[in-house]
Design a protein around this ligand. Structure first.
Ligand SMILES: Nc1ncnc2c1ncn2[C@@H]1O[C@H](COP(=O)(O)OP(=O)(O)OP(=O)(O)O)[C@@H](O)[C@H]1O
Length: 247
């Protein structure tokens, strides 16, 4: 787990949601009374498949509109301007059919950077991701692990104040997982608030300070990571932390 004293003063945009509800075909898929991200460097969101984890972070990142409830970014409704501060790495990131570096340059230019600035920042981002050697390789030729690192480098190049990550290491080998975890750790230390959806409980223990457990669209337990694993309060969290299947 990150040492809180290592992290820069957290001045990032707090993101919150109130009374968020999403319903489809009469089924309540998301039902969250209140959630705030802003005080912890890394929060892990855990829960079984279909629990609503992706839906929650997409909603908070402004990519999905809730049927009811409000999302707030630093006290305001999500806006185009705010997208520079609130980032999201999708579970299956979309990379353009151009070189690795061009993917990052494009994102930076879209965010308002001039060409020279974008080129310099993109090279810096690839360097931090250990991807300089494949900067000119077409993104579609990269391995799964390299693609994920590139998508992460692109997201971090925009220097978001808060970054939502949807299972960034799913299907990666241990070495690629470690690289992504190092990138997450470095970003968190530099002051980016990270919200990480993961099925990897060891990863949640390694990286997060706070854990949220979701089940059937609700947050059923929220607490310090050590407390969650060592002293879970709800029967569901006890079962989940013990590796049992939540239905
Ligand atoms: N557009 C949609 N229409 C109907 N149901 C949907 C829609 N999008 C998602 N769902 C359902 O909402 C529920 C929550 O989905 P979500 O992707 O948030 O789960 P998750 O916790 O991220 O799961 P996983 O761990 O499998 O990625 C699932 O039951 C899913 O089938």
């Amino acid at each position: 787990m990150l040492d809180r004293t290592d992290t820069k003063a957290l001045s990032a945009t707090p993101v919150s949601g109130d009374n968020l509800k999403i319903e489809r075909s009469g089924r309540l898929l998301l039902d969250v009374e209140r959630i705030v991200f802003g005080g912890d460097a890394v929060t892990a969101i855990l829960g079984p498949n279909g629990a609503g984890k992706s839906m929650l972070i997409k909603t908070l990142a402004g990519l999905q509109k809730p049927d009811r409830g409000d999302v707030s970014w630093n006290g305001s409704t999500p806006s185009r301007d705010g997208y520079r501060k609130v980032g999201m790495l999708l579970q299956h990131p979309v990379l353009f059919r151009r070189s690795a570096i061009a993917n990052v340059i494009y994102a930076l230019k879209q965010a308002g950077h001039g060409t020279r600035d974008a080129q310099a920042l993109a090279h810096e981002a690839l360097d931090h991701a250990g991807l300089s050697a494949i900067a000119d390789t077409s993104a579609r030729l990269l391995s799964g692990g390299e693609k994920q690192r590139l998508a992460m480098a692109r997201a971090l190049a925009l220097k978001p104040e808060i970054l939502f990550l949807d299972e960034p290491t799913a299907s990666l080998d241990p070495a690629s997982t470690l690289r992504i975890e190092e990138m997450i750790g470095a970003a968190a230390k530099a002051g980016t608030i990270i919200v990480l959806v993961t099925h990897d409980m060891a990863q949640a223990r390694r990286l997060s300070e706070r854990v949220l457990l979701m089940h059937r669209g609700r947050i059923i337990e929220a607490g310090r990571t050590a407390d969650f694993f060592d002293r879970p309060k709800t029967p569901e969290a006890r079962a989940f932390a013990a590796g049992e299947i939540l239905l």
